[in-house]
Design a binder for this molecule. Structure first.
Ligand SMILES: Cc1cc2nc3c(=O)[nH]c(=O)nc-3n(C[C@H](O)[C@H](O)[C@H](O)COP(=O)(O)O)c2cc1C
Length: 174
């Protein structure tokens, strides 16, 4: 039975913290976890589901992002592969009070990049309960993945992850 891989970037911050919450809930029999830099991309197809976790830190496009954006490298690698056997879902960190016009924008970038492959994308999440005015990470009343706000609502992360994983489990057998 193929496993789930949790891939996150950057290291040492809230994306890593959230990735560890996801990992703790899935358990080591179901999931493996790597920061992007430590992950051997040749292993990707060994997994049935990849859960991608990252934060929004301002760059409009990954190509514009400076200092070796690991997500840019990741997406440049997968865009040439046939990933039709795989499924992806994403969780994104943001701050809805400081960045209400760009809350979790990165979820939109993740979605657009994954959509360039033939992979299946799951894990949309309702915008209900969040306070923001605009987001590239949302379409109508749903985010493209799980939105987490460790800066202003850290107490909600555990429960959001639990409910998101329960929803994912309905979309794919874990
Ligand atoms: C320079 C900078 C820009 C940010 N821009 C956004 C943004 O546009 N939208 C958003 O929702 N959060 C934004 N944030 C908030 C981060 O996404 C949030 O603090 C996140 O938890 C950081 O995760 P990390 O520690 O893994 O990087 C920004 C944070 C920084 C430091």
């Amino acid at each position: 039975m193929k496993k789930v891989v949790i891939l996150y970037w950057a290291k040492g911050g809230n994306a890593e913290k959230a990735a560890n919450v996801v990992y703790a809930k899935l358990g080591s029999e179901v999931a493996d976890i790597f920061d992007l830099e430590s992950f051997d991309m040749d292993q990707l197809l060994q997994y049935k589901l990849a859960l991608l976790g990252g934060s929004t830190v301002g760059a409009d496009k990954w190509e514009d992002a400076t200092n070796d954006n690991m997500w840019n490298r990741f997406f440049r690698t997968i865009e040439n592969r046939d990933l039709s056997e795989m499924t992806f879902a994403a969780f994104g960190l943001g701050n809805q009070l400081l960045y209400p016009d760009n809350f979790v924008d990165a979820l939109g970038i993740f979605h657009d990049e994954i959509a360039k492959t033939n992979a299946r994308i799951i894990g949309r999440w309702p915008v209900t309960g969040y306070r923001f005015t605009n987001s590239e990470g949302a379409q109508k009343d749903e985010f493209y993945g799980l939105a987490l706000d460790e800066d202003t609502e850290p107490e909600l992360t555990e429960d959001r992850v639990t409910r998101w994983l329960a929803q994912i489990q309905k979309e794919i057998e874990l």
